[in-house]
Design a protein around this ligand. Structure first.
Ligand code: SF4
Length: 579
């Protein structure tokens, strides 16, 4: 599909509204397309995209340009594809790096390759085509459904992979595919699905998130977070919620020090008066009270990506309220204390309701509560407990309350990777029960489609055969999906069933750090309603995600702040051992 003047004009207008865009001369440089398989508006909300854009463009011999599936709010499936910065088509780049956060964007990947005129499968593309590389949490945890489409996968964190990847790409520019694949396989963290690796490819990660802080690189009004500077104040989470893929694969938790957060904020305030704090659990940062207080003193308006209630940071809640945030969001995830033990998120009812009281005290216009429906061992009594929890919040909070009742999708590389996904009909019945029970009582119940959640579940724990299913689909709808599965002789139920503990799992081609033995141990504890303690700040090698250098780092206490809630009872104040 050729560029047309309307879309080129649109791209130029978008660039003209950006601060921080990098426009490089292509001469003598390695051109890399950084592709987000969704719209500009969605992609530019992702700090990961900002970080990769900087990592690639920081290399003087690389020119990296962004490609999106359209520049409207929703993906555009009928527009020509070209890079934003220089409006070049994809086949002019040496390599194309997709970053994929969400399995449902696999449909968009296929669409983009078709729009760009690329043969879909790697086996059909020779060295005259750019190398297609994918990274991001969706493929980082299970590359197999995309394994016949991409040439290579980046398993791990961008800071660790990008520099050696660029070296390799320079060496293999236009080399025959077999030679290129062999060289890429030498880069730590690269998985080549057509090659035989000696065991699962381990993820790579960085210990230092301070030296090059992950912050907004490009400011644009054309995205959800266009009014703020996003700062990643911590990466990973040691709480061990058993459903949470991000919590496991970004282990161990690494914090950015208070001074670095404040320095990044000072810089960000030159662009926007709002600072968005980003991490798996913002309120778990050991300096969170000081961060909130100091940023408010600097005149910053605050937002937070996520929050726990055990403990809750009142200075943060106060700072969010004073900053004009309209909604306070908390995530109990389950209504009953028993289910919260099963999922290893043991927030007490009293802690959850205390957060609701603070939302009322600081006059938030809206309270949002996130729950999941269909987690392992859930009964109807547990669903009723969600309703009771929401009604208890209704008693305390006088303004709008909405709950999200999201169908639970088991993910690879979590303790629940072996669990069956609940049938669509059961999920729908339980969500409907909540709607009927809560809507008349002034609590709005929102949910995602259970049928599409089952598609997500299939892709999340799928295998290599699913690439052919995606290729068969000419439209993205449930009927076409069912038809494509059937044509390939596959059954969705087979992907959503419970897996045996001794079964070889498709995603064992890679490891994300946490060992299979830890997951099976943790699953057994879940089925006994036993809690697994949160990570200690150091001195632990239990799940295998930390290495000895990290576990035994000598200065860990010196950089910790006073909020030690993230470590539960596991805080070790003095000695560090290797056990
Ligand atoms: S090795 Fe220990 S501290 Fe490190 S992530 Fe695993 S459980 Fe947490």
């Amino acid at each position: 599909m050729k560029q047309n003047y309307r879309t080129i004009d649109q791209a130029k207008k978008i660039i003209a509204q950006e601060e921080g865009v990098v426009i490089k001369n292509w001469g003598g440089k390695l051109p890399i397309a950084l592709v987000w398989p969704n719209s500009y508006r969605v992609g530019m909300s992702s700090l990961a995209l900002h970080s990769l854009y900087r990592l690639f463009n920081d290399e003087p011999d690389v020119v990296c340009e962004r490609v999106f599936l359209g520049y409207q709010q929703l993906p555009q499936r009928d527009e020509p594809l070209f890079s934003l910065e220089s409006q070049r088509p994809l086949d002019e780049f040496a390599a194309i790096a997709f970053t994929i956060s969400y399995e449902m964007d696999y449909f968009n990947v296929v669409q983009m390759l078709r729009q760009a005129g690329f043969p879909l499968f790697a086996a059909e593309r020779d060295e005259n085509w750019p190398l297609l590389i994918a990274g991001g949490p969706a493929v980082y945890t299970n590359p197999e459904p995309m394994a016949e489409i991409f040439d290579a996968f980046a398993i791990g964190e961008g800071e660790a992979i990008v520099p050696p990847l660029i070296d390799a790409l320079w060496e293999i520019n236009q080399a025959p595919r077999a030679e290129a694949y062999a060289r890429l396989a030498q880069v730590d963290g690269m998985y080549l699905p057509t090659l035989h690796h000696d065991g699962p490819v381990p993820r790579v990660w960085v210990k230092d998130i301070e030296t090059r802080p992950t912050v907004t690189q490009i400011y644009t009004p054309n995205t959800e977070f266009g009014d703020r500077t996003l700062i990643e104040i911590a990466r990973g989470c040691g709480r061990g919620c058993r459903f949470c893929m991000a919590g496991y694969v970004y282990r161990p938790m690494r914090e950015m020090h208070l001074d670095t957060v404040l320095a990044a904020a000072r810089h960000g305030l030159k662009h926007r008066d709002r600072i968005g704090l980003v991490s798996a659990a913002v309120s778990d940062h050991s300096w969170i009270d000081q961060i909130a207080i100091e940023l408010r003193k600097m005149g910053a308006r605050l937002t937070a990506s996520s929050m726990r209630v055990d403990p809750i940071s009142e200075p943060l809640i106060k700072g969010l309220a004073e900053s004009g945030n309209q909604t306070l969001t908390i995530a109990p995830e389950a209504g009953s204390a028993r289910m919260r033990k099963v999922i290893n998120k043991p927030q007490a009812d009293a802690q959850i309701l205390h957060a609701v009281e603070l939302a009322a005290k600081y006059n938030f216009p809206q309270l949002k509560m996130y729950f999941m429906v269909g987690q392992p061992t859930e009964t109807e009594e547990d669903v009723e407990a969600i309703a009771r929890m929401a009604l208890a919040a209704r008693q305390v909070f006088p303004r709008n309350i909405a709950i999200n009742a999201t169908p639970y999708v088991p993910k690879s590389h979590t303790a629940f990777q072996w669990a069956a996904m609940l049938p669509v009909e059961t999920l729908e019945t339980r969500i409907k029960y909540l709607q009927d029970r809560l809507n008349p009582n002034g609590v709005t119940v929102r949910s995602d489609s259970a049928a599409w959640a089952a598609v997500e579940g299939t892709l999340a724990r799928g295998d290599r055969r699913l690439g052919r299913v995606l290729a068969r689909m000419r439209k993205v709808n449930l009927r076409e999906w069912a038809r494509a599965l059937e044509s390939e002789g596959l059954s969705q139920d087979d992907f959503l069933r419970e897996r045996r503990l001794d079964e070889k799992l498709p995603w064992e081609s890679i490891t994300t750090g946490v060992s299979k033995a830890f997951f099976s141990w943790d699953l057994r504890r879940a089925l006994r309603d036993d809690l697994t303690p949160a990570c200690p700040p150091a001195g632990c090698l239990k799940c295998n995600a930390c290495d000895e250098e990290w576990a035994l780092r000598p200065n860990h206490q010196a950089v910790l702040g006073p909020n030690l809630g993230a470590y539960g009872d596991n805080f070790i104040p003095l000695e560090v051992s290797s056990q």
